[in-house]
Design a protein around this ligand. Sequence first.
Ligand SMILES: Cc1cc2nc3c(=O)[nH]c(=O)nc-3n(C[C@H](O)[C@H](O)[C@H](O)COP(=O)(O)OP(=O)(O)OC[C@H]3O[C@@H](n4cnc5c(N)ncnc54)[C@H](O)[C@@H]3O)c2cc1C
Length: 610
Amino acid sequence: MALRDTLEFLLHDWLRVGDLSSRPRFADHSRETFDAVLDTCERIAREKFAPFNRLVDTEEPRFDGEKVIQPAATKAAWDAYAASGMLSAAQDHAAGGMQLPYVLESAANVFFAKGSISIGGSILTVGNANLLMAHGTPLQKQVFAANEFNGRFSGTMCLSEPQAGSSLSDITTRAVPDGADHASDPLGPRYRLRGNKMWISAGEHELTENIIHLVLAKIPGPDGQLVPGVKGISLFIVPKKLVDTQGRLTGERNDVALAGLNHKLGWRGITNTLLNFGEGKFPVRGQGGAGIDGAGAGAIGYLVGQPGDGLRCMFHMMNEARIGIGMAATALGLAGYEAALDYARNRPQGRPVGPSGKDPSQPQVRIIEHADIKRMLLAQKAYSEGALALILYCARLVDEQHTGTPEAADEARMLLEVLTPIAKSWPSEFCLEANSLAIQVHGGYGYTRDFPVEQYWRDNRLNMIHEGTHGIQAADLLGRKVMMEGGRGLKLLAQRIDATIARALHQPELAAHANALAQALQQVGATTKAAWASGDPREALANAVPYMQAFGHLMLAWLWLDQLLAAPSHEGRRRATRYFFHYELPRIDAWLRVVASRDPTCADMPEDAF
Ligand SMILES: Cc1cc2nc3c(=O)[nH]c(=O)nc-3n(C[C@H](O)[C@H](O)[C@H](O)COP(=O)(O)OP(=O)(O)OC[C@H]3O[C@@H](n4cnc5c(N)ncnc54)[C@H](O)[C@@H]3O)c2cc1C
């Protein structure tokens, strides 16, 4: 089934997004406007993204000492995306946006991510600008966010440092007030920042007039020391080039310098950078060399929100950022599946085994006729299309959280707390596995650069690492999310799953699936309790990843069955659901067993026994 058809089914027949038009925020929308957005995005992705996916992989960004050089196609893709209005799709009409539901924005972005995951980099710019819309002053919104939404500026998220990735409490970038008048700068309280930020995506390039870095840094206490932990972390806007209150470039270069480009396994269409803030390479506003150790006074940055509130501001945007990562992983899974299906339909190899063995006088068959190839294709279909349903389900909850009745919005918030780590991690793991299977379907050819599947796998390998690693997401799920508010998120999910089970039990052909789902739900609930039975987080969390894998499989089984209820006679969906229930769902037994018994095999392994 073509991606567009799958999306139409999920959006309209399953999630009934048309109902959103009855809400004041989306009143100007209809099936026609939704279709028009999908048409435009599908076309731009086809024309400006997909044809250049291999080019941006082979022509990695390079630095000539002054500028980062990337293929012209990268700029053309950025410009086309910006011109489509998708950067500001969700914004108010008054601010030049479309007031598009987030679920539609996510669906439309699948076309771009599938065409070329790394050519755009727009997800960061939108995330950066959205954060400013939530926490910035009116002038910060107007000067920075508005110019990101119109594509003039782009944005980054500068959290990680060479020594602080998963543990952001250990960042050492410091920010000190910039002069006696620092509090009265119209762009926000002005600080000087010094430190190094590692892994910063789109940290340097020539695609836009300016780059707006959002930087986490610590303001030292009165004793000059940095406050340990996350409480001391604040958030700053640090533009690459300084601007005035009208958003015009002042001609001053801020002291943000590219220390080097990271050379990555995949996602090579976007730069990844080590940035030095305030080390004196670009002395700014007459204080060059005036730093404490003569290394520069610092890059100029404007505080966002309150001091010490930086991580909270960042995390405000995490749900959408993490759903975005899940969407990226899903799109790559879908791309690999499409390529593998096409290859399997055309590659003749081998002969079927009949009751008396193989008959070499018969012509070869296409590999799609072998059961094992069908197994691998079905797995890819079940993983990728299932992940797409999960992502859009979560995106629809985001719309509910923003525009639903207070009760529905609160329920959506709670469900998203639990589902977001799954939406980020399950596609990152299983759509990566789908890409590995796509290579396997291609045999040796899949291992070469003559076919696209090896790149999909390399591109997808990132998603288990950034935006919170797999291990960190799993600890968040089992350590925090399923326990929050007395386990309310889990209870709400169970109610929704039970409703699906009850409907499926009315259809004889779905009853076996319904019963298997009920049993899996019961197992996950019981295991959650068993994991925490001793109340010791070291024991409970030692097997957090297998817990997350099982939880994710439960979600996928549920969503496959729920989709089937919306289209019970759809052959492809019926078969994928059956595959998931017969081959995948039983795997949760093994995953949950070690969680429930708080198996210490890994935790107790002595280091010197490795
Ligand atoms: C291509 C790319 C793009 C990126 N883009 C950005 C960006 O734009 N902005 C930005 O700020 N960052 C970015 N990152 C950084 C990314 O978020 C970090 O790499 C990630 O958070 C992990 O940090 P780390 O690399 O320091 O690994 P570490 O934190 O050192 O983790 C190494 C391993 O240890 C595990 N681990 C760590 N702590 C624990 C723990 N307490 N319990 C159990 N296991 C643990 C991790 O799960 C992981 O498997 C990017 C990274 C990459 C590779």
